[in-house]
Design a protein around this ligand. Structure first.
Ligand code: NDP
Length: 401
């Protein structure tokens, strides 16, 4: 099956997702890209025409406004809406999909603007309404969440009778040449990192001070790097869908330079998300910081190095203990050559296209609201290999913590 896709959000990851859809005309027969800033849509439109010989249509939309999105959907008549805007827009775009009965896919769970708190509750609560409307919502189809959920499901189904621990390990060993920059939307990224860490152990969530637990991890094709325990959204759905998990954690690497900058920015109040008075105007310091930081979509030109992101799972098979790792390694320069993006945007945009493809082709089908691990991993894994994110099973590195 094939069909029409509406992509909302022309940022760093949206740029990749749209180009990847453009490369698959047999699946994505018509593509429309809409975003807050029209010039970003037309730049991607020009790239699709020049590099992929695809003509896509574009328009301006404020996706916070449900009526505007409903109108756009009624006009373009997509079979699926791919939300590549920010987590703040999730609920409004889902509402527009409900009103027009169109399938929905996103890459990050909802987060209210005024509180750095992301969780699936708001979106899971829409399950019955999606079911009644006879449509499907696929949540978190990026890399982490997204590929990491599918990786976990694959290991669990293929190698284990029961899985007991999960460590998701995420390393960006790239160098973009800037003293400080974030690889995806700075506001979302800094909110994620500066909140308390959290992991799951023996049926409970354990909260820790930000960045207070770390260890060196031997990342495939990269080597030993310091990983910090963070809370990440896929842990919430994975412990729900794999109830045998006794412990689930997420680790991300940061360089010393990055952490020092972040500490200073926090200490001087630049990461605050409440409003402050400035020259008779109210501004949010973190939003101002975003305006002066490099744009993640413009980092890729001289970016070198690789990302190495995977899942380490332990459990039992035939009564014997077992550990396995599954991982993807992605090279920034290779991504830049293909779609003018760095690997963090690439590893988000490619799975977003693949998630939309599963929904459009019916390889993954259902009515209601779903997380990635609820579907059979095979078609998604095959597409990862085919569309630029090959994965491998490797010996799991030992963890000291
Ligand atoms: P960017 O900030 O680069 O892009 C976001 C885009 O959404 C921008 O073009 C922005 O418009 C647009 N946008 C924002 N608000 C609205 C609105 N109200 N209406 C219409 N368009 C809007 O972010 P990224 O591309 O880095 O990230 C995109 C998404 O991917 C985020 O949700 C992020 O959390 C997620 N992500 C997921 C990952 C994963 O592995 N699962 C990893 C990395 C990111 P404008 O250009 O005007 O600002």
């Amino acid at each position: 099956m094939s069909g029409r896709i509406l992509v909302i959000g022309a940022g760093a990851a949206g740029n990749v997702a749209v180009q990847k859809c453009a490369m698959l005309p047999e699946v994505f027969t018509e593509i429309h890209l809409a975003s807050r800033t029209l010039s970003k849509c037309t730049a991607i439109q020009a790239r699709c025409a020049e590099k992929w010989k695809r003509s896509i249509s574009v328009s301006q939309v404020d996706a916070d406004n449900v009526n505007e999105t409903v109108e756009l959907i009624r006009e373009f008549k997509p079979d699926v809406v791919l939300n590549m805007a920010l987590p703040y827009q999730d609920l409004a775009i889902m509402e527009a999909c409900l009103q027009t009965k169109v399938h929905y896919v996103d890459t990050a769970n909802y987060e209210p603007k005024d509180e750095a708190k992301f969780c699936y509750k708001w979106q899971w609560d829409l399950h019955d309404r999606f079911k009644e409307a006879g449509i499907m919502a696929l949540l978190g189809s990026g890399f982490d969440p997204g590929v990491t959920n599918v990786f976990t499901a694959h290991l669990a189904a293929t190698y284990f009778d029961e899985i007991h621990t999960l460590d998701i390990v995420d390393c960006n060993d790239g160098d973009h040449g800037h003293p400080f920059a974030t690889n995806f939307n700075p506001e979302i990224n800094i909110r994620e990192i500066t909140q308390k860490g959290k992991y799951f152990e023996n049926g409970q969530w354990v909260e820790i001070e930000p960045m207070s637990i770390s260890q060196d991890i031997a990342f495939p094709e990269v080597g030993s790097r310091r990983g910090y325990l963070l809370y990440h959204e896929e842990l919430e759905s994975l412990v729900k869908h794999f109830p045998t998990l006794k412990r689930a954690r997420f680790w991300m690497t940061f360089g010393e330079e990055y952490l020092t900058h972040l500490r200073v920015l926090e200490n001087v109040g630049m990461t605050r998300i409440d409003e402050v008075e400035f020259n008779g105007q109210k501004i949010v310091p973190l939003q101002f910081l975003k305006a002066v930081l490099p744009n993640p979509s413009e980092l890729s030109t001289n970016y070198t190095g690789k990302t190495s992101i995977g899942c380490i799972v332990s459990g039992v098979k035939d009564g014997k203990p077992l550990r396995k790792m599954i991982v993807n390694v992605c090279d920034h320069a290779v991504c830049h050559a293909e779609v003018a993006a760095q690997a963090v945007s690439y590893t988000t945009g490619v799975p977003a296209m693949i998630g939309a493809k599963q929904v459009l082709t019916g390889a993954w089908s259902g009515i209601g609201v779903f997380n990635m691990e609820e579907f059979l991993p095979a078609p998604f894994l095959a597409d990862l290999n085919q569309h630029g994110l090959p994965w491998q099973i490797v010996d799991a590195p030992e963890l000291s913590v």
